[in-house]
Design a protein around this ligand. Structure first.
Ligand code: C2O
Ligand code: CU
Length: 537
């Protein structure tokens, strides 16, 4: 804002000075006129530009209060479908007459309860040669503690905030009751410094999940407020001797694995089965592979794939928010290395490297990045699945992922759009309980990959670029849509609430790429915007 005003003022000063100089030079009357006209023209252009900038900033700024509730406070109006009248984005806070969000809760108790305390606190982290960073952490480390629970358990997490800014915790990939979703301004207020909040949810599905702040998530996740959540299966179908959670996060553009910028050693014996659970907590995709043994992609976003087949040094791409479970058997000799490269790079980095087992990786042993990239659309074995491309869908929504330059929340620059609008002006999808909903993601922006993440639901991938998947069924919560790609995904509307659907390149989300998927007649007392200070992205 300031910089634009300055430019305009400077422009005016320049004009005044030039005019003065012109007079001193005793130019002819004609020359003076021409100069004046040019200057006047310039002034007009500057004023017009200034007006446009001002207008852009004004119209793109967040309202003070955005209430995402779908129950309006309009009294009882018989014979009216309130759900279609009272949609999201009300600028006045209204608690309405609907189902309060606070009632969308997990049971108070269960046979097994896992209780954790996560304290948001500052910490100085160092990475070997690096001078280190001042990070925001859960319990003093980034990643925060890996929470391991048993499938079916009730998970209770007490969040205590010792930071100077508000925080929340979102349980990424877990279909929690709405009030435990951790979205500032939608399901709760950001937890203020010195305050606390308790999350409670049933860990129904086994798998690899993660957690991160959903107040200013771009800033706060980037600064270290994230960790992993592992739900161990009640009845494991495979046995793993070693089970390791790995969070990929870059600090000052240097990628790290569990905060290690060099070599992360994981002990394992020859013949043992190893499971590596990887999450990309960053905003951009990486390419990885395993060298030293053939590996299986056992699960994506925590959901098992059917009949995974061995891959040898096949590169796979992981985008922001996504998870991979990789399994392999330790060879008789030598280590197994997880190698990493940025998206589009031709060579794996020397560091960071995850080294499983004894021995070291010869520096000349880095394989080339192959071209046969892993593709879930053709991987594993087909199996009967609840939702298929032949299912009957109650509703279909096309979401076009776009990009433009303009203003988002008063900031000039890139704007990422959903159906040509940026948050909070994006359209809202209203789903009714029991509906089978199809979402078609179309990336016509040609501006990077968009890992689209839906809260509160797991979706089935039906088609990629119009073609049905030929391998295992694939169930995800985050789907990476590359330029010129189209995916159809579908989910059952089985978790009432107010849910976000957004790009997990959190920079994109911070610049407009968010929308809401909501159920009718839900009320929330919370608001997004300047009045509350709640900014989910
Ligand atoms: Cu992992 Cu809405 O976020
Ligand atoms: Cu994006």
């Amino acid at each position: 804002m300031k910089s634009y005003r300055k430019t305009i003022q400077k422009g005016q000063e320049t004009i005044t000075m030039n005019e003065a100089k012109g007079t001193r030079a005793r130019k002819t009357g004609r020359a003076k006129k021409v100069t004046r006209r040019i200057l006047l023209g310039l002034l007009c252009v500057l004023v017009a530009a200034g007006t446009l900038v001002g207008l852009g900033m004004w119209t793109s700024r967040y309202p003070d209060r955005i209430n995402m509730g779908t129950a309006c406070n309009m009294g009882n109006m018989p014979n009216m479908d309130m759900s279609s009248m009272c949609q999201t984005g009300n600028t006045s806070a209204s608690t309405g007459n609907g189902t309060p969000i606070a009632s969308l809760q997990a049971p108070e108790t269960a046979a097994h309860i896992d209780t954790f305390v996560l304290t948001a606190q500052p910490a100085h982290l160092s990475f070997g040669t690096n001078p280190g960073v001042d990070a925001w952490t859960f319990n003093g480390t980034a990643p925060g503690p890996t929470l391991r629970v048993r499938q079916g358990d009730l998970v209770v997490v007490h969040l205590i905030n010792h930071l100077s800014a508000g925080v929340t915790i979102h349980w990424h990939g877990v279909d929690v009751p709405n009030s435990a979703d951790g979205v500032a301004g939608v399901t709760q207020d950001a937890v203020k410094p010195g305050q606390s909040y308790t999350y409670r949810f049933l860990a129904k599905e086994a798998g690899t999940y993660w957690y991160h702040s959903h107040q200013e998530s771009f800033e706060e996740t980037g600064h270290g407020l994230y960790g992993m959540l592992i739900v161990e299966p009640n009845a494991p179908v495979v046995h793993d001797d070693v089970d390791m959670a790995l969070a990929l996060h870059s600090w000052n553009s240097v990628p790290t694995m569990n905060g290690v910028a060099g070599t992360l050693h994981i002990p394992a014996q020859p013949g043992q089965w190893v499971r590596l659970r990887l999450v990309n907590t960053d905003n951009t995709p990486y390419q990885l592979t395993l060298a030293g043994a053939p590996f299986l992609v056992a699960a994506l976003d925590g959901h098992d794939l059917n009949g995974p087949t061995p891959l040898t040094e096949v590169p796979f791409s992981i985008d922001g928010g996504q998870r991979y479970d990789l399994r392999f058997r330790m060879p008789e000799s030598g280590p197994v290395a997880m190698l990493i490269a940025n998206d589009g790079e031709q060579q794996y980095h020397q560091m960071p490297v995850v080294l499983v087992g004894k021995g070291s990786l010869a520096s000349n042993a880095l394989p080339a990045i192959g071209h046969n990239e892993f593709d879930f659309a053709t991987y594993g074995q087909p199996r009967i699945d609840t939702i298929t491309a032949q299912s009957h869908f109650d509703a279909t929504y096309t979401i076009s992922l776009g990009f433009t330059f303009g203003f988002s929340n008063s900031r000039p620059g890139p704007v990422f759009t959903l159906n040509s609008q940026s948050f909070p002006n994006t359209p809202t999808i209203v789903v009714k309980p029991g509906q089978l909903v199809l979402l078609r993601f179309v990336n016509d922006a040609n501006n990077g990959t968009h890992p689209m993440h839906l809260h509160g639901h797991t979706f089935t991938v039906l088609t990629k670029n119009g073609r049905a998947l030929t391998g295992s069924p694939v169930h995800l919560d985050t789907i990476a849509v590359r330029p010129h790609e189209t995916y159809d995904v579908a989910f059952y509307a089985n978790n009432p609430g107010l849910w976000m659907l957004h790009c997990h390149n959190l920079y994109h989300a911070n610049h407009g790429m968010d929308m809401m998927v909501v159920y009718p007649n839900i009320s929330t007392p919370y608001t997004i915007g300047n009045a509350s200070g709640n900014f989910p992205d």
